[in-house]
Every structure is written in C-alpha cells, then in structure tokens.
Design a protein around this ligand. Structure first.
Ligand code: GLC
Length: 733
C-alpha cells in the first residue's frame, strides 16, 4: 500500500473511532427545548409558509439573489412540497446518510419520486478529497494562493476544483476554509488564505464564484472563529462583539452577500461558551437575519452537532455526516417539543439549494478525463509561481544563471511536500514534482546531498562539495508530520522555528558559502533568526504537485517572483499574541498579525504584504477623489508605478487606512483595498483603487449598528503593512 493509500485508510479509520465515541457518549444535548404549544392551525395542516426574504440590515451593496434561476418558481415549488412532505420525510432531508461515503461521496439522501436529489459532498480547499478514493490535481494550498493576491487566478482554481469534484460524482465542495489566521502555529493555517479580513474576503469570494460557476455548491467553513486545532472540539473562544463582527466575520459576510455563497459549515468549537451549532447569535441573529443568508448551514463532521431541536432552533439546517442527533427530530415534532415550521425553514433552505443548482441533473460517477488535465496542471504551476514569495535577495543571489554548478540539500528537497494529511488532502493524479526534481529538470549541473533526518553536520567530502559549488539551494521547512488538522493530521505546530538539526546544518552551509538560497515550504510563518546569514530566501508554502517546476521557473529567472506575504513573519514568536492550544477557554483580542505588531511598535522580520521581485518599482504621488467625502461614497485613489529596470514587474499596491482621532480602538493601519498591476520594463503604469467608504465603519456594540466616523483618515498606498508608501488625507463628513 503506498503512503498515499495508507493515508486514505488511516483517515477513515480515525473517523470511525471518533464516531463510536460520539454515538456512545452522552453528548449532553438537552432534549428539544421548544415546549411552545403548536400554534392553532399548525398541527398537520402544513399550510403554505409565506415566503419572506429578510432584507440584510448590514453593510451590503444591493443584495444579490441566492439563485441564478427563477427564484419565484423555485420558492413556490418548495411551498407545495412542504405541504405534502411528512414530518418523517422533512427530518430525513436534514441529515447525512452515514459516516461512510457511498460511491466515494458523503450522501444526503433525497426523495427521487418527488424530484428531490439530496446532496453529494466532498472536500476540499486544495482539490478533490482523497476520501473519494479517486485521484485529482494537487493544487497549491490556499495560503500560497493567498500570497498570489490574485482573485482572478483564484477564481480559476475554484472552477478547476469544482470540475474535478463533479467528475467524481459530488456536487457540494466543502471549501473554502476561511478562518482568519490569528496565529501561525494553527495546524490548518495552510488551508486558509490570510491573517487579514479584507484580503481573505477577496480571495474567498473569487473562489466561491469560481466553484459555483460550475453549478457546484461551495460550503465556506468553519463558522466561526475556528483557528486552534488541538482543542477544536471543546474550546470556547471568548470574543467581544466588535472583534467578532469587524475582524472574524467580514469575509464570511461578504462571501454570503457579494458572492452568493450557497452553504456554510458551522465549526466544532464554542464561541462565548456556546457550541457553534447551538449558537443562535451566530447562526440566526447574524447570519440569517442581519446578513439575510438564504443558503443552508451544515454541521462539521460527527462531533459538530450537539443537539437536535436545540440546534435546529439555533439555526443549524443539516447534520453531517449522520443522523446521530437529527434522527430524533421527528420524535420531537410528534411529541410537540419542536414546531414543524422550524423544520420547514431548514427544508426550504436545503431544497432551495438543490433546485437552484439543478442537482437532479445527470451526475457522473467517475470521469477520470476531467482530472489532472494539462490545463489543470499548468494552472497549478502558474499559481505556485505567482504565490511563492521572494523574501531576501542579497547581492542578486537570484536568479541563477545557466551552467552554474549547484548543490541542493535540506530535509524537504526530495519530499512530496503537498500539505497535511487531514480532510483537505488530495490523492495526487500523476507525479508530484519535488523541489529537487524541478531543479534537476531545469539545471544541468546539480549535485544533491541527501538529508538524513536529524543530521546536523556535513562530512568532509560534503563540505568540499558545498565549497566547490557556484551556489547552494537549501530546501527546508515543515512537513505533514509537523502541522495539520487535528485527529486526522498532525495538529497545531509546537514552534515557529525550523528543527534545531536543520538550523545547525543550514548554519554550517552558510558559513561555508557566500551564495546560499533557502527555500522554505510551510503553511505559515517560520521564524528566521538565520536570515542575515544567507543571501536568498523564498517562501514556497506547500506548492502542489507542480511546485518543483514552479520553483525552478523562479530560481532560473524564467519567471519573476511576484508573491506577497498573506501573513506577518515576526522576528520572534514572543512578538505575537500568545497561542493557547491547551486551555478549554481562550480570549481573542481585537488585534493580531500586522495589526498587533504595528500597535506594539514591533517590526516584523517580513511584514504582511511583503515580497520582492527581480527589480524595484517606485510609487508616484497618491491622488484621491477629493479630500472630503460622505460615508456612503466611494473613494478613488490613483498613483503611478514606475519600473526603471529591464524586466517587466508585477506590483501589488495595497491601500491602508488609518483613522485619526477615532473614539474606539482601531488598528494603526487597516488594509481596505489592493490592486495588482503589470509594469513593463522602463515604463510607468497608472493604477486606480476604489474604496467604498462604508468599509471604514466600526461596529458600535451599544447601538447595534455600524458607523463610519466623520473624522479624518490617512490613506496610504504601500508595498506592505510597514511601508511608509505614499499618503493623502481624507475627511469623511
Ligand atoms: C472535518 C473538517 C472539515 C471537513 C469535514 C469533512 O473534521 O473539520 O473541514 O470538511 O471534516 O471531511
């Protein structure tokens, strides 16, 4: 059995164990609490439920319809079905068919004779889930895609993954993961896009639009505040309302309101003491009322549902993957403990999704021709190229010219380092190109010194080989055994440092040679106290099955690095807010990542948004569309980017806002817009960024509403979160 196959069976095995515990355990779910007497006329008449779509009360542009199709006809069809479905049938539509996949997908049974298709679900954020038993393209992890700052490209990834999922018989993609990266030791950091809500939202919406353009439903996860692995099934994240709404939820809201997100997966953890599936404030007050979400909420797997009637009343619509709890719903209704109309709202959402996406249409069982196509592999390579971040390039150590004698070593050089073994894992279709293989294909004179785990020093012969080379490439970082999903992967990282043995070896190599390029593959920040001792550093994330070739494209100069960090790399972990993955109760503050570092006056080693290219660009003066604007206006910011060098450059211009004299705590800078522009060699490009001023609002908890303060703001166009950039002043009135 290959390593990958073993992964597959270990995965299912782990869940079986977890499920047995869940079934036997008294999950403490209180019996259905709805003791309300059924309202007159409710019992058994199933009167057509009037369809009222709540108007979003929160910060939305013109609300988009959930459904591309004929919404009225679909709602009417659902109303008629609700009038004929029995309570047993309704309850049966609200949970999965069982822990094991059926024909490689997790099934929610429909009712064929009534034209109800049900759902067929699979992960995940980096491609077709290995749990399907089928192989697919292994795309770079989402965090690398966050580093592309290229929503258009991310849309293409969403389209491709949706096509591969559909080819395996599924119609709901359990992705994107959009939990904010609060701390880089989070085991699933690789699976999300960013530490910043605006940047996250832009990538997430692009992915969702791409997936759903293929008539596959996206299910964004995990709602909400799920960013600790080791205690994920029990921890309560205590968080104030402003921090929740302004920092940890905006990207979910925008995916719902601006990208017509089809579904949301509630998280395992508790928020302010209440499990997410029982958390009415999250699921109903905010998601379904304030945001007017028209899709359905499904639970996370097995341990993600803690009640039956209580969870339905909180706003959970679908228990996955079994009916361990929702199997009691029929009893609750018949006992008068839960009003049938509560089931009707959930069933309406579930049927709305199935009809809007026409899930009755013919499903392929296994169309292998749609997976790992030349187009998808080329896309994986292009994404990896655009997401890798050049952090250091002293003395033009890079690019490497043809014909140089190179030495390659390091613990990751020959590893198929495609990410963790958790639910987002993909069974590679075809060959995974390691860093070593990609470099060997591109460079003719290359010597590899194999890395033996734990080896801390070179032999005399190896020292001679290193000393005699023109340049050394040291490929290091984290492996699947160092970080990943809990239960089915490695869980949270213990440290932000490389293994001591790797640092010892790297130090020896750096002492021996004056042209050392370090390639770091990991899911999020690795601290680099050794950075000043080497000449080049490339952050390569988990770069997918074409990652080795993408790396060679960049190191050879065939392509120029253009990635920008989607997170901060601190000088020391002590500079970050503490990461507590042991306590059952933790508090999340308002500031983390660059917001925290700036507020502390602590520089990052490499800031959020940072990245180098094979050249420099200059920023001209920033002009804005008037130094005064009303809070419902749109700010237009413009500047020229100049490129004096011989190579075309791609620049990611970031717009940060600073509130001056706010009456509440704000981050010293907040990313509110960004734009990527190509600047031809020896040329100048004008770039325009638009910023709806409602995005400057803070959430006034006392008033229960958003407010754009009529104060002054500094507008800054910058290369990264710590860049002085070019500024202008704006007063909102
Ligand atoms: C997991 C994960 C979730 C995944 C689900 C199904 O426990 O938390 O992200 O979609 O199970 O694999």
């Amino acid at each position: 059995m290959t390593g990958n196959t073993m992964r597959h069976f270990r995965w299912v095995g782990a869940w079986s164990l977890v499920f047995l515990v869940a079934c036997g355990a008294d999950n403490g779910a209180a019996p259905g609490s709805a003791n309300a007497e059924p309202a007159p006329g409710d019992a058994g008449t199933n009167a057509a439920v009037p369809v009222t779509v709540p108007v979003p009360s929160e910060l939305t542009p013109a609300p988009l319809p959930y459904c591309a199709g004929d919404s009225d006809a679909i709602e009417q069809k659902i109303t008629e079905l609700l009038g004929v479905l029995s309570v047993e049938q309704k309850a049966g539509l609200m949970h999965g068919a069982g822990l094991d996949t059926l024909n490689g997908v997790w099934r929610v049974e429909g009712i064929a004779e009534l034209g109800i298709a049900g759902f067929r679900m699979l992960d995940g954020p980096r491609g077709l889930s290995q749990i399907s038993g089928k192989s697919g393209t292994v795309f770079p992890v989402a965090m690398l895609r966050g580093a592309t700052w290229n929503p258009g490209l991310e849309r293409s990834v969403g389209e491709a993954i949706a096509r591969e999922l559909w080819s395996a018989g599924a119609d709901v993609l359990l992705a994107p993961t959009i939990n904010l990266l609060r701390h880089p030791r989070w085991g699933r950091a690789q699976e999300t896009y960013s530490e910043d809500p605006h940047h996250m939202a832009e990538l997430a919406m692009a992915f969702v639009r791409g997936v759903q353009s293929q008539k596959v439903l996206a299910s964004a996860k995990h709602y909400a505040v799920n960013s600790i692995e080791n205690t994920r099934h029990s921890v309560s994240v205590d968080i104030d309302e402003r921090t929740l709404r302004e920092i940890y939820l905006p990207h979910f809201r925008r995916a719902v309101q601006e990208a017509q997100l089809a579904s949301i997966m509630s998280a395992y953890n508790r928020v302010n003491g209440s499990y997410c599936d029982l958390n009415r404030h999250l699921l109903t007050d905010i998601l379904k009322d304030d945001w007017a979400f028209q899709g359905f909420v499904e639970s996370d797997w097995v341990l993600g549902t803690h009640g039956d009637a209580d969870s339905v009343l909180a706003g959970l619509d679908l228990e996955m993957p079994t009916g361990a709890n929702f199997g009691q719903l029929e009893t609750r209704v018949l006992a008068g403990e839960l009003d049938e109309s509560e089931l009707d709202d959930s069933v309406r959402r579930l049927l709305r999704a199935q009809f809007c996406y026409d899930l009755e249409r013919e499903h392929p069982v296994d169309d292998v021709s749609a997976r790992a196509t030349p187009e998808h592999l080329a896309l994986a390579r292009r994404v990896a190229r655009q997401g890798m971040v050049l952090l250091r390039n002293q003395g033009a150590a890079l690019p490497l010219d043809e014909g140089l004698d190179l030495v390659v070593l390091g613990r990751v050089a020959e590893v198929e380092n495609i990410g963790d073994t958790g639910s987002s894992a993909v069974l590679p279709a075809g060959h995974v190109v390691t860093a070593l293989e990609g470099l060997q294909e591109r460079f003719t004179s290359l010597t590899h010194i194999p890395q033996i785990e734990g080896k801390t020093s070179l032999s005399a012969a190896e020292r001679a080989t290193v000393s005699g080379a023109d340049a050394v490439i040291f490929v290091t970082g984290s492996l699947a055994e160092d970080e990943g999903e809990a239960t089915v992967g490695a869980g949270d990282r213990d440290s932000l440092q490389l293994p001591a043995s790797e640092v010892a070896l790297l130090t020896q190599v750096a002492d021996l040679h004056e042209r050392v390029i370090v390639v770091v593959e990991a899911g999020a920040a690795i601290t680099m106290p050794w950075a000043e001792n080497v000449e080049g550093i490339v952050f390569a994330f988990y770069p997918g099955q074409e990652g080795g070739r993408a790396l060679a494209d960049l190191l050879s100069g065939d392509a120029s690095p253009r990635g920008r960090l989607p997170f901060s790399i601190p000088l020391s972990e002590a500079d970050l807010p503490p990461f507590d993955n042991v306590s059952e109760k933790v508090t999340y503050g308002y500031l983390h990542g660059y917001r925290h570092l700036l507020s502390q006056g602590t520089p990052a080693q490499y800031p959020f948004g940072f990245g180098l290219g094979y050249g420099e660009v200059g920023y001209g003066p920033l002009t804005i569309s008037g130094d005064r604007a009303s809070s419902d206006g749109v700010l237009v910011a413009e500047l020229e980017i100049s490129n004096p060098g011989p190579r075309q450059m791609v620049e990611t211009v970031q717009l940060y806002l600073t509130a001056i004299g706010s009456r509440v705590t704000r981050s010293p800078r907040e990313l509110k817009a960004f734009a990527q522009v190509e600047v031809p060699a020896m040329d100048v490009t004008r770039v325009t960024l638009e910023l709806p001023l409602r995005s400057l609002a803070f959430y006034d908890v006392d008033a229960g509403q958003w407010e754009v303060e009529a104060i002054e703001y500094e507008v800054r166009a910058a290369k990264h979160a710590e860049d002085p950039g070019v500024t202008a002043k704006l007063r909102v009135q």
